[in-house]
Design a protein around this ligand. Structure first.
Ligand SMILES: NC(=O)c1ccc[n+]([C@@H]2O[C@H](COP(=O)([O-])OP(=O)(O)OC[C@H]3O[C@@H](n4cnc5c(N)ncnc54)[C@H](O)[C@@H]3O)[C@@H](O)[C@H]2O)c1
Ligand SMILES: [Zn+2]
Length: 366
């Protein structure tokens, strides 16, 4: 087992990474000095597979747990599902010292985290991420929340978990497309912060695609280390944390205009990162060779590197970028790469340059 620490003073916590960890969850929770009662929030795909292991482990360690199952997919990140979670927590009389375990992907983690942040003005929660994306990204850092009709993640909080448990055994049942989507965030860490990780990924991609445990252990731990370091320095996205949004301005807009669901988040930010790299080669000096390596690595990961965009869609995309909640005073600011492993943030980019980058990622010119 590998352990990564997220350094946040008295709210610091550990990320445990390895195999067979769900069956140790009870023991690990005992170390947190919480109450005896807990709720497991999971979704309809994950609960039938893994909730028994978790419940047994909790019971052995002396906890009383009950399971709340929510629908699978992005629609579960809603006020309606939250309400139903609150009702069940109240029915089972969860108290201030009780806690919640989020067992599932990023959807369950964001939802259960926000439920924990707000129920009884905040009870403890533990992340047990079961998708690759959640293990390397969403379970660490404390961003929790739900969607509104008006947009994604519009209601939420910064609320840190007390523990994160990444068990690779859960990844075995993850559909291939979901698994590859997680690789897009992994590649992102290489581009924004770690040229050695990027090189390692270039060598290890075939093993990673086979979900080789040893390779996963090294790579997931490195990504968590990077995220932990960034979050430790900038918990609430005042500055540095923005580098984690590399490729996300265009990626989020693409998700929004194509109707959530067409592209998985990882697929949209794969295209977004290629576009951001194209802009970087014009604006922030990203060498042509690095641009090629970036494109090639996404391709080898089985991720999309181009998109079919007509003229109207392009306009919509630019408009959607302006609506992104990270935009202030209508100015679109980008995180851009100087070279693989190093980025600059807060760079203003003209619509013309964005258009040029979209030409480069377009499947056909309109
Ligand atoms: N909080 C953050 O910092 C942060 C960061 C990135 C993304 N997110 C959020 O994360 C969400 C996406 O997360 P995701 O990609 O994990 O999606 P997800 O939670 O929807 O999971 C993807 C699909 O895989 C299924 N699944 C999960 N684990 C499985 C397993 N082990 N075996 C079989 N099926 C399994 C789920 O039921 C779902 O159908 C988005 O809502 C996004 O906004 C949050
Ligand atoms: Zn992301």
């Amino acid at each position: 087992m590998r352990i990564v620490k997220v350094p946040l003073g008295d709210r610091s916590y550990r990320i445990l990474i390895g195999r067979g960890l769900l069956s140790r969850l009870g023991v690990e929770c005992s170390r947190l000095q919480l109450g005896r009662r807990c709720a497991i929030i999971s979704d309809r795909n994950v609960a039938p597979r893994f909730s028994k292991i978790v419940q047994r482990s909790l019971e052995k360690a002396g906890f009383q747990s009950f399971l709340i199952t929510v629908p699978a997919g992005e629609t579960a990140k809603s006020m309606k599902t939250m309400q139903s979670c609150y009702d069940q927590l109240a029915k089972h009389r969860l108290e201030r010292n009780s806690f919640i375990i989020a067992l599932g992907g990023g959807v369950v983690g964001d939802l259960a985290g926000f439920v924990a942040a707000s129920y009884l003005r905040g009870i403890a929660f533990v992340q047990a991420p079961t998708t690759l994306l959640a293990q390397v990204d969403s379970s660490v850092g404390g961003k929790v929340g739900v969607n509104l009709k008006a947009g994604k993640n519009l209601v939420g909080a910064f609320y840190q978990p007390r523990l994160v448990v990444c068990d690779f055994d859960t990844l075995r049942t993850l559909p291939a497309r979901e698994y590859r989507a997680g690789l897009a965030e992994i590649i992102k860490y290489g581009i924004i912060h770690d040229a050695a990780l990027f090189r390692q990924l270039e060598g290890a991609m075939p093993r990673l695609l086979k979900r080789d445990t040893k390779t996963l252990a090294a790579v997931v731990a490195r990504c968590c280390e990077i995220k932990a370091k960034v979050v430790g320095r900038d918990e609430t996205e005042g500055g540095l944390r923005a580098i984690l949004n590399f490729g996300h301005t265009i990626g989020h807009a693409l998700e929004a205009i194509s109707g959530y669901g067409k592209y998985l988040h990882g697929e949209a930010i794969s295209i977004g990162q290629i576009a951001a790299a194209e802009i970087s080669s014009r604006v922030s000096g990203l060498p042509g060779n690095d641009l090629q390596r970036i494109r090639h690595l996404f391709q080898r990961a089985g991720l999309p590197v181009s998109v079919d965009l007509g003229r109207t869609e392009r306009k919509k995309l630019l408009k959607a970028m302006q609506l992104d909640k990270k935009v202030s005073h209508g100015e679109i600011k980008f995180v851009l790469a100087r070279k693989i492993g190093s980025v600059v943030r807060g760079r203003r980019v003209s619509a013309g340059l964005i258009g040029g980058a979209l030409d480069k990622v377009a499947k056909r010119k309109s």
